[in-house]
Design a protein around this ligand. Structure first.
Ligand SMILES: Nc1ncnc2c1ncn2[C@@H]1O[C@H](COP(=O)(O)OP(=O)(O)O)[C@@H](O)[C@H]1O
Ligand SMILES: O=C(COP(=O)(O)O)[C@H](O)[C@H](O)COP(=O)(O)O
Length: 399
């Protein structure tokens, strides 16, 4: 079959995964010569998104790819790919890979050994590191696929270096070497009761699991979550923490099944290319109830806060929103009091939120802060590229 070039100008070698895949690759091969774009040759910017299962990674990724891929094709699986692929390609702007693809044990293997998917022994961090490093340096890789439908490891798929690579999953910040490749990292910290409500609703509705089996799986995973997933938040540049509301008395809030949320955007100070967003006055401590003539609020209202704090030993700025919006278009009133949003035009946050009003969390701080983080990531990428254009890396670094 004739070789096809995906794009020009630079041809790369493919970094294969294990010997097992090497054999599969020879048989199936990829019917094209692999190339990378000039932007990728300058180095891919790598973003890590960590959270436990059912904590909203997929939902965040949908908002993020909308911001990053504006004006390009909608996110789609790789060209000619495996239907079991977990990868999303957003034109040449961004690619999102799921780190579940680096499970070294399939579902049966985990069962046999009595380990969960959260246990590092069920994951191949050496391969994860080698392949992410290769992509960051502008080389394509043949990444394995973990098929969530079958629980098996499928033949690999080709990942060419995008401008922005988002790696989402359970462990993007667990391995020191992988962590060192991240240009920016986010952790979604969802308090237990809310996480359980989200996961139960998703796994029953979309995955056909029974309530009992979901509860059993949550219990079985808890020790590994505490040991291997939760500690990653100390490394995150931004943490989105989702907590029960403080606007309603605890008992009444429980009855409401966590429908009103208090959400914190915890932003590390001193991170290169990342200037934390703020409310009214940078560095000050503010508490603001915006409800009134310009913002409609039904019970229990909305409270926004902004303050400096320390988080796991780091200086941070925190934006907090408790409550929910009644009318999303009125969010512009709140947006106009926020600064350092990295928007390209007035009202871009509100426009993004309106565009995806049907996504979960669009009426509260989860959607608002995910959108803001998405804009900050776009801005970080643009700053990195501007710097590289001004001072290109040595050719040896990307060869
Ligand atoms: N901000 C949110 N508010 C309410 N429900 C949410 C929110 N984010 C996610 N969910 C729900 O939680 C479930 C899991 O979300 P998902 O994005 O699939 O998580 P993950 O990819 O981390 O497993 C989905 O059913 C989704 O609707
Ligand atoms: O923890 C996760 C990630 O899931 P999510 O996509 O919810 O973050 C899954 O349990 C494992 O990857 C195993 O998958 P399975 O249980 O399907 O074999």
């Amino acid at each position: 079959m004739a070789a096809r070039s995906l794009s020009s100008p630079c041809t790369t070698t493919i970094l294969l995964s294990s010997g097992r895949w090497r054999r599969t690759m020879r048989a199936a091969a990829f019917p094209f010569r692999v190339s990378c774009s000039a932007a990728a040759a300058r180095g891919t910017v790598v973003i890590g998104l960590a959270a436990d299962s059912g904590c909203g990674k997929t939902t965040f990724v949908r908002r993020l790819t909308s911001v990053l891929g504006a004006g390009t094709a909608a996110a789609a699986p790789p060209w000619g790919g495996n239907p079991g692929s977990n990868t999303l390609v957003v034109g040449d702007a961004a690619t999102v890979i799921c780190l579940d693809d680096y499970h070294s044990l399939d579902r049966a293997g985990r069962k046999e050994r009595g380990v969960t998917a959260l246990d590092p022994r069920a994951n191949d961090f050496d391969l994860m590191y080698r392949q992410l490093k290769a992509i960051k340096e502008g080389r394509a890789v043949a990444k394995p696929i973990y098929n969530h439908a079958t629980g098996l490891l499928d033949p690999p798929e080709l990942i060419t270096p995008p401008k922005i690579l988002v790696v989402e999953g359970l462990h993007p910040m667990y391995d020191e070497r992988v962590r060192g490749l991240l240009d920016f990292s986010i952790y979604l910290d969802i308090s237990s009761d809310i996480k359980f409500a989200w996961k139960i609703q998703r796994d029953m509705a979309e995955r056909g699991h029974s309530l009992e089996s979901i509860k059993a799986s949550i219990e079985a995973r808890k020790p590994d979550f505490d040991a291997y997933i939760d500690p990653q938040k100390q490394y995150a540049d931004a943490v989105i923490e989702v907590l029960p509301t403080r606007l309603i008395a605890a008992a009444a809030a429980d009855d409401d099944e966590g429908k009103v949320l208090r959400v914190k955007l915890i932003m590390k100070e001193g991170v290169e290319h990342f200037a934390p967003a703020y409310l009214f006055d940078e560095g000050s401590t503010i508490s603001w109830i915006p409800c009134g003539r310009k913002l409609s609020c039904s019970y229990p209202g909305i409270k926004l806060s902004y303050f400096p704090d320390t988080y796991l030993g780091h200086e941070v700025s925190v934006l907090e929103m408790d409550g929910k919006f009644d009318k999303l278009d009125e969010l512009i009133y709140v947006e106009s009091h926020l600064s350092n949003l990295s928007t390209k035009y007035y009202g871009e946050v509100t426009q993004q939120m309106l565009k995806h009003a049907d996504f979960p969390g669009s009426n509260n701080g989860t959607g608002l802060f995910q959108t803001i983080v998405g804009l900050k990531i776009r801005d970080l990428y643009e700053q990195v590229v501007a710097e590289r254009v001004a001072s290109p890396p040595a050719l040896a670094a990307v060869a």
